[in-house]
Design a protein around this ligand. Sequence first.
Ligand code: PMV
Length: 335
Amino acid sequence: MNNQHIFSKFLPKKLQNIEKTINYAPANIALTKYWGKRDSILNLPENDSISISLGDLGSKTKIELSNNDKIIFNGQNIDNNSVFAKKIWQIVNIIRQNNHIFLKITSQNSIPTAAGLASSASGFAALALALNNFFQLNLPQSKLSILARLGSGSACRSIWHGFVEWQKGKQDDGTDCFAKPIPLIWKDFRIALLEVDTSTKKISSRSAMDLCKKTSPFYAEWIKQTEKDKANLLIALHNKNFTRLGEIAENNALLMHSTIISSRPSINYLQGKSIDLINKIQYLRENGLEIYLTIDAGPNIKLLYLAKDFDQINQNFPNAIHISPFDYLTQQKTA
Ligand code: PMV
C-alpha cells in the first residue's frame, strides 16, 4: 500500500480550494526520544515518544494558487529538484492527487538560528494544517498528524501545543501511528536553549537512526528502556512531578546518545562544549538548582526548569533562549 492509497479514502472525489491560507505549527522537543524506524518510507518508529511543543517558536506556512509550483522557505526560492522540495511535493501530491492545481508555498520560521533547533517538524506540521485548510478537507487531527509524519517523524507531534504523545502503532500502513495531546497545562514549565554549534549536522538523523539500529549492540536495550521511560514520564506528568520528569528526560537523552555513540562505525553528535555544559548542569543540580537537560541529534543543549528558578538560570546561562511553552494559551485569549 502506498501513501496515496492510505489517504485516498479520506479525501473528497472532487477537490475544492480557497484562495489562500496561512497556518502555524510549533516546533517540539522530545522528553523521551524517538530513535529508530520500523518503516523508513512511512517514518514509523520503533518506539513511542513524548514531547513538549515550543509555543510561539515554530513555522508559519502560506499556501496560495499560482501559475506553477513554487516553494519559498525563509525568504529563499527552493529548487523543486532538491530533496527538501521533493518531500514537500510528495506530501502535497497525496492530497491534490492528479488535479492540476499549482501552488505557491511560503514557509517562515520563528525559530532563531542560534537556537540550534530543527525546523522540519514544525514546517511539515504547518504544511499538513495548511493543506487541510486550503482544500477544505476537514480531516481529523490524527490524520493530519499522519500526513505530517510522512515529511519527518517528529513532525507528527507538532500538530499540537503542550505535551504530546506519539504512539508507534502496530499496523504496517501506519494508520494507527500518530500523535495525540496529553491534557495537561503546566504554566510554570520552562525550557531554555543553549547554543553549542548551529551548523548543519554531519549525519542526518535518518541515516544515524538506521546505522544505529543495524549496528549498535545496545539498540534492543534502548528500545526496552525508552518504553519504560515513556510510561514513567506519563505518570510524572500526571502527578506534575518535575523532579521525576527531569530525571527521566535527562537519562533518556543520555541513553539515546550513548546508544548512538555505540554504533559501528561510531556516530557522535556531542561536542566538547556539550560535555562541559552537561557537567555544569549536573554540578549546579548537585548544589541545589533544580535543572535537567535534554539533547536531540546535535550538540545543542536544552534545559528544563521551573519558572521560580529563572533568575538563577539566567545568571548561570546568560545567553540562553527561554521558552514558556504554555504562553500560547494567553496569546490566544488576547488575540
Ligand atoms: O523526526 P526526525 O527525523 O527529525 O528525528 C528526530 C529525532 C530526535 O530529535 C533525536 C528525537 C525526537 O524524538 O525528536
